[in-house]
Design a protein. Structure first.
Ligand SMILES: [Zn+2]
Length: 214
């Protein structure tokens, strides 16, 4: 983790590894699916932050109910509820379930020591927390629109070494990003020599590739 240069990349690698751990736990215990507690607000954050981090191709698998390339289905039973609705509900039940909820300060109330320590995930969280207050339909729209995206059709046996998403040749390294990048000056990791997708190429420095789990 120390070799990872930015706060955004560290947060990205940590959440990716956490997701892989959850999947590994579920598959080794022969679970049929994984229920995630993500609200509409959380899913909207995922849509925009994964896009910004260069992993847009994986969005259909990260926010939709049903089969995933990991051999286990994902379900989001709270997908129609906003974060503020869930917080309100937790305080209305009798007995109250709020004390059982892991208290996390609102992103807008957190003081960040410097912009350098701000992550894309955090910015998205802050953004959608403020949007859901006055314009909840925007939050729901982001998720609904992204929900219409279709997963890449071509089945690939190659997996990205970090996020474990199936990647075809054109999704590996800088080929996964159709912008203006020059192959001649690309590092080995950017050329796709390590089999990382474009987003993960941006998060993991070359010297840390050997530490990635199988
Ligand atoms: Zn990846």
């Amino acid at each position: 983790m120390n070799a990872i240069p930015s706060a955004t990349s560290r947060a990205d690698v940590l959440s990716t590894l956490l997701q892989r751990l959850v999947i590994r736990f579920a598959t080794t215990h022969a679970c049929e699916g994984i229920l995630f507690g993500s609200s509409t607000t959380k899913l909207a954050e995922v849509v925009l932050s994964e896009t910004a981090k260069g992993r847009g191709f994986a969005i259909p698998w990260l926010i939709s109910d049903g089969p995933t390339p990991f051999g286990i289905s994902f379900y989001y039973p709270l997908r129609e509820l906003l974060k503020k609705e869930l917080s309100a509900f937790a305080n209305m039940t009798d007995p109250m379930i709020a004390p059982l909820v892991h208290a996390e300060p609102l992103a807008k109330e957190q003081v960040i020591s410097s912009m350098k320590n701000t992550t894309i995930d955090f910015l998205m969280k802050q953004y959608f927390e403020s949007v859901e207050e006055s314009y909840p339909s925007i939050v729901a729209n982001a998720v609904r629109t992204a929900g219409k995206l279709q997963a890449p059709k071509a089945a690939s046996t190659q997996r990205c070494k970090l996020c474990a998403m199936p990647v075809t040749e054109d999704l590996v390294g800088i080929h996964g990003w159709v912008g203006d990048q020059i192959e001649a000056v690309a590092t080995e990791i950017e050329k796709g020599s390590y089999g990382l997708c474009y987003g993960c190429t941006r998060s993991v420095p070359e010297e840390a590739v050997t530490f990635l789990p199988d």
